[in-house]
Design a protein around this ligand. Structure first.
Ligand code: NAI
Ligand code: MG
Length: 352
């Protein structure tokens, strides 16, 4: 297959980890007879510096002309005092909204070789293999009215039936090719939007008789994610609950340097990026863990290109290299020699 990928390295360790992911994509293309054409664009602080805008028109056009986007990370102390509205993070919100990427997927999978790094007891973290599906373009973060006066402030939580339907369908489809279970998370004992959410899930489940459905209240779900995380398969929820639960779930498996994410819509176009930020404290040293970026590239192959075999090959290579004891600095034990970003990426390429 022939695909065009827009690569937006961004700031800090973003360029270091995306360059590792691009090497892996190039090897996959050679090995499986695909052509991946990479085009490069600016986003975040790098785009502000060059063009005065965190998501410039040129970048939007490059993404528009591509089949999927691979992003590094944005932000850093240099831009912390910039006015709100022209900060690196605005580039992320803008690109998600611009392309209508309503479904944010965050898989969290325990890596046996890294269980010691989990804040949970090893036996609790073992066997965790869940996916948080967060609604990304609606809800409290975008609802109107949204305003602030000296006396008070208002944010609005609103969802249309159609917005709920498309994210719920996505969750059911994902559950089908995973372990067949959807946990829908809401606050239906208090919120009208949650009561509509629950109603839509109940309607949709008739079309997916092979998928088991449960409803959980968000506060209870927050607790169960810590007490019994292995019980979850697909967790689907609205924007703010998903923001919080996905960060909570992300620590279960240990390192921030390991976690990929996908933001997609129904036609296959998607944005793929590590969960971690720009790592200003380690930027430029060549020691960042590229696993999250490499695993994000695997998600791109699976969800945007339908290349499941290729995606699994990358995921297995990452597992194997870790099991063989090769670690970047964030994962290495005190007396272990840590590999640089390039050295660790070489191990992955060899494995593939
Ligand atoms: P961060 O994720 O950049 O770093 C947190 C800690 O984890 C740091 O000690 C960092 O060195 C370490 N770390 C992160 N990724 C790593 C990797 N791949 N390998 C090894 N160690 C890694 O979060 P922080 O420090 O809160 O934010 C730094 C900047 O990144 C801020 O400007 C923030 O706004 C931005 N940010 C951007 C995100 C994005 O682009 N999606 C997400 C989160 C933060
Ligand atoms: Mg968040």
């Amino acid at each position: 297959m022939e695909k065009t990928i827009a690569v937006l390295p961004g700031d800090g360790i973003g360029p270091e980890v995306t360059s590792a992911a691009v090497k892996v994509l190039k090897l996959i293309a050679r090995r499986y007879n695909h052509t991946f054409k990479m085009t490069y664009g600016l986003i975040g602080g790098a785009a502000i510096d060059a063009l005065g805008n965190p998501f410039p028109e040129e970048t939007a056009e490059a993404c528009q002309a591509s089949d999927a986007v691979l992003l590094g990370a944005v932000g850093g102390p240099k831009w912390d005092d910039y006015p709100s509205g022209n900060r690196p993070e605005n580039g992320l919100l803008a690109i998600r909204k611009h392309f209508g990427l309503f479904a944010n997927l965050r898989p969290v999978k325990a890596v046996p070789a890294l269980l010691g790094a989990s804040p949970l007891k090893e036996e609790k973290a073992a066997g965790v293999d869940l996916m948080i599906v967060r609604e990304l373009t609606g809800g409290l973060y975008f609802g109107e009215p949204k305003r602030r006066t000296h006396e008070g402030a208002v944010d609005t939580l609103s969802y249309s039936r159609q917005e709920i339907e498309r994210i719920v369908e996505k969750a059911f489809e994902l559950a089908r090719v995973r372990r067949g279970k959807v946990t829908s998370v809401d606050k239906a004992n208090v919120l009208e939007t949650s009561r509509l959410w629950r109603e839509v899930v109940e309607e949709k489940k008739a079309s997916y008789p092979d998928v088991e459905v449960e409803h959980q209240l968000v506060d209870s779900c927050a607790m169960k994610l810590i007490t019994n995380p292995a019980a979850f398969d697909v967790v689907v929820t609205e924007n703010m609950f998903g923001d919080i639960l996905s960060d909570e779930a992300s620590v279960i498996t240990g390192s921030l340097g390991m976690l990929p994410s996908a933001s997609i819509r129904t036609d296959g176009f998607g944005l793929y990026e590590p969960v971690h930020g720009s790592g200003p404290d380690i930027a430029g040293k060549g020691i960042a863990n590229p696993a999250a970026a490499i695993l994000s590239a695997a998600l791109m192959l699976r969800y945007s290109f339908g290349m499941d075999t290729e995606a699994s090959a990358i995921e297995e290579a990452v597992q194997t290299v870790l099991e063989d004891g090769f670690r970047t600095a964030d994962l290495a034990e005190k007396d272990e020699r840590a590999l640089t970003t390039d050295e660790w990426t070489e191990r992955i390429l060899e494995q593939l």
